[in-house]
Ligand binder design. Structure first.
Ligand code: ZN
Length: 500
């Protein structure tokens, strides 16, 4: 049986970054490393075997570093990384060569020190593969320059697997005894969060509640890595979350939940900062499902009591707005789903009339809604329709128009409403034209409104047969500034009624 050499070049430590549609590897040092296997078939190069050789080459303890092996396959467009996770992946990697038989460079991503418990997990899977290693693969190392001092025969393979198990506790014992405390986060390895923001939220909140400072090591589209601010004192607390491919979700990849640092309080001089997100997280937790939430002024005291940190009124106000936005969503996104909402509204409410008008750039202009039940019930109401408009005090602005009638109990009976850009000739006319499709023109019909010129004009143009009167309340409001007679109101009502 003949042996053949399989050479692998690898880049140790670096990261992927997106450039255009492609992902590219950015090595943190320029050096390329080489290893060579001498085997009778490629099958013999297993995942654990490959990893061990990389560790040996780099002279690192495989138990203390976790690394991801990956490469950018030749055939995939746009270019993106493929991770090597098992023996089969290794085989696929080894057999992926170009026309000249050249193999792609292997990328070794180094994840900081491993979580104690996952070390054990890793070890056991490592140990499981020792049978393969023990079979004694003949191996030859080849450095990039062709000369490598490590080319001697490796006798350790398969001989001392158990030494890795005993090594670790001994190291742990040598450390000075520090009273450790838990961070109160309660994360799990591989736990998933819907976004990076969600991971940040939960960490920020825990850092406030449990008095530890965090410093962000890395925060970009693909990862979020934080360590304890007391890392200089030797505190090992850290969280690493990375983005799950093809989704916005983030998953926890490294997590050490114990602190050995001293707790951060206002008296230790290390200032902790409360962010609006933090305030929002408190509002969400304490007022879950409640309609009313405290005002920003009350929140100042509440956050201060809960977290023991001073917080400004502005931060609380922004936090409260953030909490509202988290639940109600983005107004812009609300406009996007309007067509779908109106479609369902018509489906669920027979005879409902809706209309949505957008401009040529597909931006919102007008919206009209008249529910089927309201239209049907109008038959039994007095044929008097009150129409009025009010400003919408949102970011988007605009005007809300409503048409109501009065039921026999003298209660308001809504017929239709609309959202338009303002009280303009065009918008009022559009509203009445649509209203006419649900409430037909008739000599019995009377409109009551304020004296908005656009409205008066539109009613006259659309409802040709019906009558139009002015609301007493609006007339008083108009005259009030000019007259100051004590029994003005009674006189005015008397005048209005006598001319009916
Ligand atoms: Zn710490």
């Amino acid at each position: 049986m003949g042996y053949s050499s399989t050479n692998i070049h690898f880049d140790y430590d670096g990261q992927y970054a997106k450039s255009g549609d492609d992902y590219e590897w950015i090595p943190s040092d320029g050096r390329l490393y080489g290893i060579s296997f001498k085997t009778s078939s490629l099958d013999e190069i297993t995942y654990s075997c490959l990893k061990k050789r990389i560790c040996k080459k780099k002279r690192i303890d495989p138990c203390l570093k976790r690394m991801n092996l990956s490469y950018i396959p030749l055939v995939v467009e746009p270019k993106r990384q493929s991770y090597i996770l098992d023996d089969e992946d290794v085989y696929v990697y080894l057999t992926s060569v170009d026309k000249e038989g050249r193999r792609i460079i292997l990328h070794v991503e180094v994840i900081e020190e491993m979580e104690q418990q996952s070390v054990v997990e890793k070890e056991s899977s490592y140990g499981g593969n020792y049978s393969e290693l023990a079979s004694g693969l003949p191996e030859v190392e080849a450095g990039e320059g062709g000369v490598d001092s490590e080319g001697d025969v490796d006798n350790s393979m398969g001989v001392r697997p158990s030494s890795y198990y005993v090594e670790l506790p001994r190291v742990a014992k040598e450390k000075p005894v520090v009273k450790e405390w838990e961070d109160g986060l309660g994360l799990q390895l591989f736990q998933e969060f819907e976004s990076k923001e969600a991971v940040k939220d939960i960490i920020d909140k825990a850092s406030q509640e449990n008095c530890f400072g965090i410093s962000i090591c890395n925060s970009d589209r693909g990862r979020y890595v934080v360590k304890c601010r007391g890392a200089d004192e030797g505190c090992k607390w850290s969280v690493r979350a990375t983005k799950i491919d093809k989704s916005e979700a983030f998953s926890i990849r490294t997590y050490r939940n114990m602190h050995s640092c001293s707790r951060v309080t206002s008296s230790t001089g290390k200032k902790r900062k409360v962010t609006p997100r933090c305030v929002a997280a408190i509002v969400h937790k304490d007022y879950l499902g409640l309609y009313e939430t405290p005002t920003a002024k009350i929140l100042v005291g509440l956050v201060q009591r809960k977290l023991g940190v001073e917080v400004s009124y502005t931060t609380c106000l922004r936090g409260k707005k953030q909490a509202v936005a988290d639940i109600r969503g983005d107004p812009e996104k609300g406009y996007i789903i309007l067509p779908a909402y109106l479609y369902m509204l018509e489906k669920a409410n027979p005879d409902t009339k809706t209309s949505l008008v957008v401009d040529k750039n597909n931006r919102f202009r007008y919206l009209f809604v008249a529910l089927g039940a309201s239209i049907e019930g109008f038959e039994y109401m007095r044929k008097v329709i009150t129409v009025d408009a009010t400003f919408l005090k949102t970011v988007e602005g605009g005007c809300l128009i409503i048409a109501t009638a009065q039921d026999p109990n003298l209660h308001h009976y809504p017929i239709a409403f609309a959202v338009v850009d303002g009280e303009k000739n065009e918008s009022w006319k559009w509203f009445f034209t649509l209203l006419k499709t649900v409430i037909p023109d008739s000599t019995e019909l009377v409109f009551v409104s304020d004296r908005n010129p656009s409205l008066i004009k539109a009613v006259g143009e659309v409802y040709l047969m019906s009558k139009h009167g002015y609301c007493i309340w609006h007339l008083i409001a108009c005259l009030h500034g000019y007259l100051s007679i004590s029994n003005f109101l009674q006189l005015h009502v008397f005048c209005c009624k006598s001319t009916e």
